[in-house]
Write a protein that binds this ligand. Structure first.
Ligand SMILES: N[C@@H](CCC(=O)N[C@@H](CS)C(=O)NCC(=O)O)C(=O)O
Length: 128
């Protein structure tokens, strides 16, 4: 109970600091932004609002100026079950990457951030 309260308190502080220090969004040409928006549609982020690793991942998403659907996996949420069954374990953040004929459940914030930075770089977007 106490641990849960401390966790929630720390989580709220992290979210507040994140809000105060929001990263600047990169700007693209309209054409490149349309490519980025289309590409981001194949992604979903399973997450918890106040989880520090999720905050870190959402900061990258904001900086990259993309919209990725976020699915909250709080207790009782159907997305929690989806994550456990699809990805094989309960851990957030987890990025679901859906490509024709291929589904990937990517865990580990560092790996997700690295993937997003590469996929949404100007060069990758130009290459299509
Ligand atoms: N090394 C992982 C750590 C992620 C992590 O510890 N996430 C916590 C939430 S902040 C979690 O999902 N814990 C599993 C649980 O609570 O059962 C990362 O960087 O993504």
């Amino acid at each position: 109970m106490l641990i849960k309260l401390v966790r929630q308190g720390l989580g709220s502080i992290i979210v507040f600091i994140d809000w105060l220090t929001r990263p600047k969004m990169i700007q693209r040409s309209a054409e490149q932004q349309a490519r980025a928006d289309a590409k981001a549609k194949s992604l979903k982020l399973y997450q918890l609002y106040a989880c520090p690793f999720c905050v870190k991942t959402r900061r990258t998403i904001r900086r990259l100026n993309i919209t990725i659907e976020t699915l909250d996996v709080s207790e009782g949420s159907p997305y929690r079950t989806q994550l456990e069954q699809g990805g094989g374990k309960f851990q957030v953040p987890c990025l679901l990457i859906e490509k024709p004929g291929e589904t990937t459940w990517m865990y580990e914030s560092a790996e997700i951030i690295d993937y997003l930075n590469k996929e949404f770089s100007e060069d990758a977007l130009r290459a299509g």
